[in-house]
Design a binder for this molecule. Sequence first.
Ligand code: FAD
Ligand code: AMP
Length: 479
Amino acid sequence: MADKFDVIVIGAGPGGYVAAIRAAQLGLKTACVEKWVNKEGKTVHGGTCLNVGCIPSKALLESSHKFIEARDHFAEVGIEVGDVKADVAKMLEFKNSVIAKNVGGISMLFKANGVTALEGTGKVMAGKKVEVTDHDGNKQSYEAENIVIASGSVPVEIPPTPMTEGLIVSSTGALEFEEVPKRLGVIGAGVIGLELGSVWSRLGSDVTVLEAMDSFLPIVDEAIAKETQKILSKQGMKIKLGARVTGSDIKDSEVVVKYIDQDGEQEQTFDKLIVCVGRRPYTQNLLDESAGVGLDERGFIKVDDVCLTSAPGIYAIGDVVRGPMLAHKASEEGVMVADIIAGHKAEMNYDAIPSVIYTSPEVAWVGKSEQQLKAEGVEYNVGVFPFSANGRALANNAAEGMAKVIADAETDRILGVHILSQHAGELIAQGVIAMEFGSSAEDLALTCFAHPTTSEAIHEAALAVGGHAIHMANRKKRK
Ligand code: FAD
Ligand code: AMP
């Protein structure tokens, strides 16, 4: 008879591994199937996020940021370091050690929580059965009361720029360049393109970002997107908007990219090209038709508000379902479905999921932007505070950017928080908490923030909603 589990999770990325750990914590007999094999042939947990996504990119972003700080900015605060050199091999070694620690941590957590780790490719069959094909091709069938699919996503490839070993690469290849490309092309000015473009630009590449759309970061609050574009351009990144890539050729180990912009057909030659045009849900060899799990027209697994698919007892979470492709969104969905399976009531607040772009400065936001609210016809008040007026930001020699709080004009409830600053990704948690607790801008304005901290900029932005920021020439007089 097939082994039987209360829950079988397919995929051990931040969606799947969190769902599995939570389910096991709740006393459910849980297994998690993972097919990812590293270069040493070992099955590794953590998915895209830990192996080729969030974590390795942040290791390289941090190393390259430190390099720029040391080379260009230490002297400004009185530290002479002489000739500063970037050792790319060492940076990659550090990045790989960070991956290994994180990945090892998940395996350890599986053991500690009693999650059975199954190695191989899981396929959902009729009758809530999961067929696992191991790396040698052997098949084994398991039964489950509930199945959680967390198979994630893979990079989108486009016909004009077919992947070409070492020359035209996806985000994964861009985490592995052994030396700094002299001329680097990036297709797509999305989050991943800007982060990876930043890494190599800081290390010395002449980076050109080709973006088909005419607007820069349309998902970001317009004023913040504009300022971000200005800052990144000043740092040396060439951002070409309205530039749609239509073809490429490899000539003498160089990549000639063809694109169309407002002036017609253009060509540019690069030493390497990164294709960052988005990610698509991954469902290859995952679903037997008899399982009854449906997809939507874009290939995502169709789910309801609590991530239940069209088949009873089968849930799907993370990048393979609708919503932002973010690790923390995947994890929260994992917690929610595990709770539901264990018989608890659970739901997600999709309106309070933060987003971060880890450029320097970072861009972070939660809730609605001004342009979204305008389009929806919502009346709002807005408070903006520049970091150039924040004492700690000045002391940190990192006073670029602004904090913005947007609140409903009638109720004062916070509708959005937007930050452009050093460590904005950390600061945004305050906005998320405020929104989760249904806070008004006044609630935030009446909260005591430690001094001197960059968080005070959020406090001041909340005060500014009512026209009462302290460290800024106020536009309104207190009533
Ligand atoms: P994944 O992490 O993709 O995991 C899916 C897992 O399922 C994989 O391990 C895969 O091998 C396995 N799998 C698939 N099919 C099967 C099968 N049939 N059987 C067994 N196993 C299977 N997000 C952020 O929130 N912050 C960031 O800073 C960030 N940075 C990123 C940087 C880069 C360069 C990239 C590429 C992504 C980044 N992301 C970031 C996005 C983030 O990585 C994803 O949103 C997240 O990993 C999604 O989690 P998931 O569990 O849904 O899927
Ligand atoms: P994201 O979906 O945030 O990862 O961003 C991907 C970006 O790639 C989007 O802004 C797209 O407009 C852009 N993009 C997609 N195809 C092309 C193309 N052929 N040429 C230039 N940019 C593209």
